[in-house]
Each structure stands twice: as structure tokens, then as C-alpha cells.
Design a protein around this ligand. Structure first.
Ligand code: GLN
Length: 193
């Protein structure tokens, strides 16, 4: 199994390392042809404006969109969630708008918006998950086909729409690999179908 990690900007190395711990080959993605050969894609956290601009410059948007529409499992963490959102409450720019969610960028504030909290996630066994938030977005509204996986004070912080997974927090910055395993399962479910 090969999982691509979009390597434009942000926390891509941390995701590749987490995958390595699970014996999975994480491939940094920078060019179009690299997208053909992957079984899943992670869009990391960072700065969604920069990631969005670089996706455009490298001409990756359409190719990624096509593969996701055809069923490629994709997981956006933090800025990655913003990249995949169809609606961004406080911005006119969307990037790869495929997930029917409405996100609030920098939902917890810009500077003092970093915190961590242990929260239960639907579909993840073994107790609450240590969620690390860094100037994170949250989901304000989801479409009918979107399953809410976790919430904090009525703010949605994890959700899934078929092959698209989005989390507000950064599992790659903790030692807890359950969220990465969950995504690997999404890929296995698809290939075993
Ligand atoms: N605040 C960033 C943005 O709007 C996201 C922060 C993150 O990915 N940790 O893109």
C-alpha cells in the first residue's frame, strides 16, 4: 500500500513518519504523475492559503479532484480539512471543494487558539483520543451524507463523507496512531471490495 502525503507546505514529514511506524510507505507528493500510483492521500495541516496556492502553481488540483471523485480515500488534517471543504464561512476562496461541510477557519482564534483535549471519536476504540489543535478550523454544518465522528462543545472536529475524512486536529503530532490506522482501514475497505 502506498499513501501519498501532499508535500507542498506544513506537517507532511510528521505524517510520513507516523505511517513509517505502521510499516506503510508514505510518499511525499509534489508532482502530478506521483498521484497516479497512490492508494490513499493525506492533505496535512499547515497554512491552507499557501497549500492552496501551491496546489494551483503545481497544477495538482484537477488531478487530485478526479481521483477523489473516483473513490480515492483522502484525509485532510486541519488546513487539509479547509482544502477539501465545499464551503468556508470566513473566506471566498475554496481549493478542492469536494466535502459537503461548512468550516470556520481559525475557529478558535489565530494566536491563542492552540490547545489539546482528550475526546472520544466514533469508530475509534480504546478510549478518548488526544486531540492537538493549532489555529484549527472547526465544522459548523455538515451535509446529509456526512457522518459526524467527534464534537467538542457542539463544534464538529472530525467527520467523514464516504471516502473523504477530515479532522480539525493533528494526530501526526502525537504518538497515538489510531487515526492513521482508521484511514488505512478506509483504504483496505476500498481495495477489498
Ligand atoms: N489556520 C490554518 C489555516 O487556516 C490551519 C492551521 C493548521 O493546519 N494547523 O489554514
Amino acid at each position: 500500500m502506498k499513501i501519498g502525503v501532499l508535500a507542498m507546505q506544513g506537517a507532511f514529514i510528521e505524517h510520513i513518519n507516523a505511517l513509517k511506524t505502521l510499516d506503510i510507505n508514505g510518499i511525499p507528493i509534489r508532482y502530478k504523475d506521483e498521484i497516479e500510483e497512490i492508494d490513499g492521500l493525506i492533505i496535512p495541516g499547515g497554512e491552507s492559503t499557501s497549500i492552496g496556492k501551491l496546489i494551483k502553481i503545481y497544477g495538482l488540483g484537477e488531478v487530485i479532484k478526479e481521483r477523489i471523485v473516483k473513490g480515492l480515500p483522502v484525509w485532510g488534517t486541519c488546513a487539509g480539512m479547509i482544502i477539501l471543504a465545499k464551503h468556508i464561512v470566513n473566506s471566498d476562496i475554496t481549493h478542492i471543494p469536494l466535502m459537503d461541510i461548512e468550516v470556520v477557519r481559525n475557529g478558535y482564534g489565530r494566536q491563542l487558539g492552540s490547545f489539546s483535549k482528550d475526546v472520544e471519536i466514533k469508530g475509534i476504540e480504546g478510549g478518548a483520543f488526544p486531540m492537538v489543535f493549532i489555529r484549527a478550523p472547526y465544522i459548523e454544518r455538515v451535509g446529509e451524507k456526512v457522518q459526524v465522528l467527534a464534537e467538542i462543545d457542539e463544534k464538529i472536529v472530525a467527520a467523514r463523507e464516504n471516502n473523504i475524512l477530515a479532522t480539525s486536529f493533528h494526530p501526526e503530532l502525537t504518538d497515538d496512531l489510531r487515526m492513521h490506522r482508521y484511514f488505512i482501514n478506509m483504504i483496505n475497505e476500498r481495495t477489498n471490495r
